[in-house]
Design a protein. Structure first.
Length: 470
């Protein structure tokens, strides 16, 4: 009986579910109508309007991108008037004005807009729209307040820069002045005035840029008593050292500079910096033959000086349009490598008078990068060659059987650095023979053996690599 009750209840439930399934209405898709501001831009005399949209199909966070687009649109409504007393106005009148400056100002404005409110948003299957507005009077009040805060910040930096200057910290002083210019970047199209009593006599941005210019122009090169000398095709170059100072005769300490060679045949590292004594090192990478004085240009590297200071990075780009970074000149001399060849050519202890080996060596070192000198004290390097003959161990057997004497010629080569007398290379040329009916004639014949050229040239190749690296 219980089983029959269970079956009845189960059948009733199934019938009820079936009835509900049949009775459930189909879902209704309601398409939201686009608001009027999507197709017709609102116009208000008291509000700035910013509308942005993105295609959803591009992926990413489309809501954030739409907001950015709307704020940039809002910023474009804010007219950037260039004051007749502004820095940009002056540059424009000098025909050096660049539209990128005003674009930078506008982008900066979009990043710093405050007080805007969200009015509405709309989306469909493909697009997302957002609508912001900003009260014009509220914006003007906030901007004026923020501008005054920025001017105060710049003024404080200027005051601090004079304190650093008084303490002979040139780099820190210049950095603070560039930072002051950097924080003022969004307002360069407007008139900016400081209280001279609060900014050490600096009244406006023109005074600030003139101050920076004068500071850069105070860098001078200390005259050198001896000009540095460079030799071509060296494997390693010792850095060239110069000293920089200020007009006050104080050393220019820990200051970055850009280096360039006025000659394309000399390659140097682009960047350098002075040390605490005002000395800087120019790292030379390669030198080709020139035989003349050459110049290097040193320019203040204010980009490196500012480092990762994001506030000043845009300011540095603009500042370079209003100031000249003076290039200082330093010189060096590029001269040939001088070589003295000292050759001894003996035949059983007696001079041959041939000088054939010396002539061969000099021919191998004949080039525009090398100058041969007669006096060893005038040379950078000295090549010593000592050639001597001796009876070969097989000579006795040949004399007994064929009445022929066999003589071996041995040439000892040595390369010395003249300034230190350091031996840089040593080699011995052997396996050269001469034969004749007498030892003297056999020795002279050894000097005329064609094999000398090949064996000597091989050793001189490795010797030359100690002097020159092509």
């Amino acid at each position: 009986m219980k089983h029959l009750v269970y079956i009845f209840v189960l059948a009733a439930v199934l019938v009820s579910c079936k009835a509900k399934q049949v009775a459930a209405p189909a879902p209704v898709v309601v398409e939201i109508k686009a608001p009027n501001w999507v197709s017709s831009r609102p116009n208000s005399g008291f509000k700035y309007v910013g509308i942005g949209f993105v295609d959803k199909g591009k992926g990413g966070s489309y809501q954030i991108q739409a907001k950015k687009n709307a704020l940039y649109d809002l910023a474009s409504e804010i007219k950037v008037d260039i004051s007749s007393n502004s820095v940009l106005y002056t540059v424009q009148n000098n025909n050096n004005f660049n539209e990128n400056f005003s674009s930078l100002i506008k982008l900066s404005s979009s990043d710093n807009i405050e007080g805007f409110t969200l009015v509405d948003s709309y989306e469909n299957e493909k697009q997302y729209w957002v609508y912001y507005q900003l009260d014009k009077q509220e914006y003007a009040d906030l901007k004026a307040k923020k501008k005054q805060q920025i001017i105060t910040k710049a003024s404080n930096l200027i005051v601090a820069s004079f304190y650093d200057e008084k303490n002979k910290d040139f780099s820190s002083s210049l950095k603070k002045r560039i930072q002051a210019f950097g924080v003022l970047t969004p307002y360069l199209s407007e008139e900016i005035n400081f209280d001279p009593a609060q900014a050490n006599g600096v009244k406006n941005v023109f005074d600030l840029t003139n101050l920076i210019q004068a500071q850069l122009e105070s860098i001078t090169v200390v005259a050198q008593k001896i000009m540095p000398v460079l030799k071509p095709y060296q494997l390693i170059y010792n850095p060239i050292v110069y000293s920089l100072q200020l007009k006050s005769k104080a050393p220019l300490q820990n200051f970055p500079l850009l280096v360039s060679s006025d000659e394309d045949k000399i390659n140097v590292n682009e960047k350098t910096s002075t040390n605490t004594a005002g000395e800087l090192q120019i790292k030379v990478n390669s030198v080709e033959p020139l035989n003349q004085n050459v110049a290097f240009s040193l320019s203040p590297d204010i980009t490196t000086l500012m480092g990762t200071d994001s506030v000043s990075s845009a300011g540095v780009r603009l500042l370079k349009q209003f100031i000249q970074t003076p290039a200082l000149k330093v010189q060096a001399n590029v001269s040939n490598i001088t070589i003295h060849v000292k050759s001894i050519e003996n035949n059983f202890g007696k001079a041959t008078g041939l000088n054939s080996i010396e002539t061969f060596i000099k021919q191998k070192f004949n080039g525009q990068e090398i100058r041969l000198v007669d006096r060893p004290e005038e040379a950078d390097y000295v090549i010593e060659s000592v050639a001597e003959t001796k009876e070969d161990i097989s000579s006795a057997i040949l004399a007994q059987n064929y009445n022929i004497k066999l003589v071996a010629l041995v040439i000892d080569l040595q390369l010395k650095k003249q300034s230190t007398n350091e031996v840089l290379f040593k080699a011995q040329v052997n396996d050269v023979y001469g034969y004749a009916n007498s030892l003297d004639n056999a020795g002279l014949n050894a000097y005329s053996n064609p094999k000398i050229s090949a064996r000597l040239a091989e050793s001189l190749f490795f010797l030359k690599r100690k002097i020159l690296v092509y």
